[in-house]
Design a protein around this ligand. Structure first.
Ligand SMILES: [Zn+2]
Length: 311
């Protein structure tokens, strides 16, 4: 099987009431662990690269690593550009073999967002590449995308319907209360997704795949482990798994997960190096990291996203 676009997998997820996991990848270890986990559970999979990931690893390296992982798997895998910042960035990824791109015009005024999304859709569809756009903003930090809390706003359901009609986009990231990064919310704040807004949006655009960004749970077990073994991460808070499960059963068909992977990786490496101060072989502590990421991803697929055995 070769890399696929996200159209079929997200439409199926939307109609059958689960979500496909979109995991951010930066290196070989993360790619191997995520793909092995999804493969063992026969789950469709989206691997996505942000601008920061492309800067870190290089677009060609990421593409080749994902191709290698895909060749050893039996599941449909899409390689997706996360937060494409311009038409040129999207074009570059499409030309280099990505099967899906996101054009993030959410910080532009509405008509400009429509315009740039249409332009990307027109180009992408010629090459059978699917397109995700974003309407409304999330607070938080995603690599180089920074939005202050004051500027964040929820997606307007009427505007979402108009946007999809005007752009012919394949999926839409909406803002219903998630936030990028590990420091999503104030201490003691209980993160709550606005299911009332989600319901209105899915009524306006039935059977249309919606996307949730900033959807890591920031599991306390990793935070505790990091802090126990010499780290210092305070006030990190994410979206509770119960909220994500509920969203996945609705029209949320793609759920992005980045911070949870980073935390799982860091916790296991910190623990290993703390317990084995004389070790210095990267293969040893990175093997621990791979085991930890794989078990996190399996848990997400089975218990949160509901996408196990859905190929
Ligand atoms: Zn995002």
């Amino acid at each position: 099987m070769s890399l696929v676009n996200t159209k079929k997998m997200l439409n199926k997820a939307c109609n059958e009431g689960y979500a496909v996991g979109a995991f951010n990848v930066n290196n070989m270890e993360i790619i191997q662990s995520v793909v092995q986990a999804a493969n063992e559970l026969s789950s469709p999979l989206i691997l996505q690269a942000s601008m920061g990931a492309r800067k870190y690893a290089g677009t060609t390296y990421l593409k080749k690593l994902v191709e290698a992982a895909e060749s050893e798997s039996n599941i449909p895998i899409a390689l997706h550009l996360d937060h494409g910042e311009s038409f040129e960035a999207c074009k570059e990824c499409i030309d280099s073999g990505f099967t899906s791109v996101m054009i993030d015009g959410s910080s532009l005024e509405y008509s400009k967002n429509v315009e740039i999304t249409r332009k990307v859709v027109k180009y992408a569809h010629k090459y059978n590449v699917s397109v995700e756009a974003e309407l409304g903003s999330l607070s938080g930090i995603e690599d180089e995308v920074k939005i202050t809390k004051e500027n964040s706003f929820y997606t307007d359901p009427d505007q979402a319907a108009d946007f999809v009609k005007k752009t012919n986009v394949d999926s839409l990231a909406i803002a219903i209360g998630t936030s990028h990064g590990a420091y999503k919310f104030k201490p003691n704040q209980t993160p709550k997704l606005r299911f009332d807004i989600l319901e209105k949006i899915q009524k306006k655009i039935p059977s249309f795949p919606l996307v949730l960004h900033g959807a890591s749970t920031i599991l306390p077990e990793y935070i505790n482990e990091i802090n126990h073994y010499g780290g210092s991460i305070q006030n990190a808070l994410g979206i509770p798994e119960e909220e994500l499960k509920k969203a996945a059963k609705m029209s949320i068909s793609k759920i992005n997960i980045d911070s949870d992977l980073r935390l799982a990786m860091t916790a296991s490496i910190r623990k290993y190096l703390f317990q084995h101060p004389n070790k210095f072989d990267p293969r040893e502590y990175l093997s621990e990291a791979k085991t930890s990421i794989k078990s996190l991803v399996k848990n997400k697929i089975q218990n949160v996203l509901g996408c196990a055995y859905k190929i």
